[in-house]
Ligand binder design. Sequence first.
Ligand code: FES
Ligand code: FES
Length: 170
Amino acid sequence: MKNRDITLHINGEEYRLNVAVNRTLLDVLRDELGMTETKYGCGTGECGACTVLIEDKAINSCLTLAATMDGKRITTAAGRADFGRLDHIQQAFVDEAAIQCGYCTPGMVLKTASLLAKNPDPSEAEIRHALEGNICRCTGYEKIVKAVKKAAQTMPGRAAAVEPCKEVVQ
Ligand code: FES
Ligand code: FES
């Protein structure tokens, strides 16, 4: 099997790797780089547990060959936190108790990030549609939908963007 030299930019760090051309990005993240926050669920694109962001777009890393990702900017769920401090999406999942076993959560958080990057104020139907490819066997989805709504409301910079100017009345 052929190998290829690639450079991946993951969570702000550069990684130079020599990978077999048939290795998935999920395998490289978990087995070579120890980034086990990216989960293996089905391995066939059905569950979304392996979701990562490529630039701002969510993809299934189990269906993506690492060799095709040369030069890409990749974010895993751990990359959303800033020196251990949860970002607003992760915090919303905690606040809404949208986590039970947590296996689906990294994928849910990253799919939410991808949704809010395109649509900062999604309707419930749009949230459910965006999360269609992410399976949760524990929570029943209601709390996850609430968490995504809260993440939209608490998005940094949102208040300034959506609040109308208020006149000060003496
Ligand atoms: S492990 Fe990739 S979609 Fe299930
Ligand atoms: S919290 Fe267990 S799979 Fe979603």
